[in-house]
Design a protein around this ligand. Structure first.
Ligand SMILES: Cc1ncc(COP(=O)(O)O)c(C=O)c1O
Length: 400
């Protein structure tokens, strides 16, 4: 064992750090960008004549639906504004299929399965698990999913109900699905079943911090592939304005849209139109949103660069990662099965990292290799220290 490495680790440990690198949250400087929302005067009535103080307009006030439709490139009639969480809308869509379904309720069917790109978002896995849906992991290729493996999975299983994926700046790998990949997913899923759902979680639709390839809007792709009735697209302002205090949007083909609306009608009379109005006073259209997002990019980019610099200093025998151009995460893969050990060492030195396995269904990373880093929440100095602990722990675990 390398003595200098051991003494470096001991020195870091003696600093008694307390740094949390676990969740992808905006930094407080990013939240400050939206402080105008805190003191905004909200008119009682929207331009379209909706009294925002009262019940009514369960799909959102027209101006907010317009904004959602512009962001998701979907017709306004197929776009709704939800509460502050897109995850909740996705949950409601799965619940609607469970209870009612497009053809037959899922609860009356057995051995349901979903395709889950990995590494992926832990809460997608948790959501599917709540409904007893088996998750079939599929590797990401750098520009979407492995299509051969997708075809193989569809060929080998009955009752696969759909795929849930993050087509832009995927959490945590940063994958950007190419238009070809997305079209192949849609064509293959459509051939498999007219009930196969494409759940597109566009949590990072607007979150580029470096030049990123253009994608055809998901709505357009679904229209071209004639799968609109099997497609639902989501995004939110959780990482645009305030975490847990923004707006969420959903767009779907008419049948699926009506199913979601029907489910929501049993749960809530209408969403918070005052918050919709407040947001419209701050961000009126897509151009405003993009301008606002460029300010986020200016704050986030230096943090990613600190993390990249630390990771690039490592010997490539230890592991690898791809530099994301947006989103909130870095996905690091160790070449030896040491992810758990690395994270335990980090914790010993006072740096909390998302638990190993979190990026796989049932916390099962077969290679014990994937580690998710979330650099946005910390200040630059804390981040530098955290990355030093991380790279030292990686080297130690590798040598062990
Ligand atoms: C892929 C993905 N989807 C959804 C969410 C949550 O979004 P919301 O706050 O709109 O529910 C996150 C947050 O980390 C995410 O990474």
């Amino acid at each position: 064992m390398d003595k200098t490495l051991e003494s470096k680790f001991a020195a870091l440990k003696s600093k008694k750090l307390k740094i949390d690198l676990t969740r992808g949250k905006p930094g407080s400087d990013q939240l400050d960008l939206s402080n105008d929302l805190l003191s905004m005067t909200v008119p009682a009535e929207s331009q379209s004549g909706v009294d925002v103080r009262n019940y009514g307009d369960p799909l959102g006030i027209p101006e907010a639906r317009m904004l959602g439709s512009e962001l998701l490139s979907a017709p306004v009639d197929n776009t709704l504004v939800g509460e502050q969480s897109s995850l909740l809308l996705i949950y409601q869509l799965i619940l609607a299929n469970h209870l009612f379904g497009l053809e037959m309720p899922w609860r009356e069917q057995k051995n349901l399965k979903f395709i889950c790109p990995v590494p992926g978002f832990d809460r997608h896995f948790r959501l599917l698990d709540d409904f007893g849906i088996e998750m079939l992991p599929i590797p990401l290729s750098g520009s979407g999913i492995d299509i051969d493996k997708f075809k193989e999975l569809l060929g080998g299983h009955d009752n696969i109900k759909g795929i849930i994926c993050v087509p832009r700046h995927s959490n945590p790998t940063g994958d950007i699905y190419s238009d070809e990949n997305m079209s192949e997913i849609m064509e293959t899923g459509k051939a498999y079943s007219s009930e196969f759902l494409f759940i597109l979680d566009h949590a990072y639709l607007l979150h580029d911090f470096a030049p990123t390839i253009d994608q055809m809007p998901s709505w357009e792709l679904a229209k071209q592939c004639d799968v609109l009735d099997q497609t639902a697209i989501f995004c939110s302002f959780s990482k645009v304005t305030f975490g847990g205090g923004g707006l969420s949007f959903a767009a779907a083909g008419t049948k699926l849209f009506n199913l979601l609306v029907r489910q929501r009608a049993s749960m809530i009379v209408c969403s918070d139109k005052v918050n919709q109005m407040r947001h419209l006073g701050f961000l009126q259209n897509k151009a405003d949103v993009l301008n606002h997002m460029s300010k986020h990019a200016d704050l986030v980019k230096p943090k990613f660069e600190v993390a990249f610099k630390a990771l690039d200093s490592l010997n490539s025998e230890i592991g690898s990662y791809k530099k994301p151009t947006g989103g909130y995460f870095i996905s690091y893969n160790t070449k030896k099965p040491i992810a758990k050990r690395v994270i335990a060492l980090c914790e010993e030195a006072g740096v909390l990292i998302t638990p190993a396995g979190s990026t796989y269904p049932h916390f099962h990373d077969p290679d014990d290799s994937n580690i998710r880093l979330a650099p946005t929440f910390l200040g630059l100095e804390d981040l530098k220290e955290a990355m030093e602990v991380f790279t030292t722990s990686l080297q130690l675990a590798f040598e062990e």
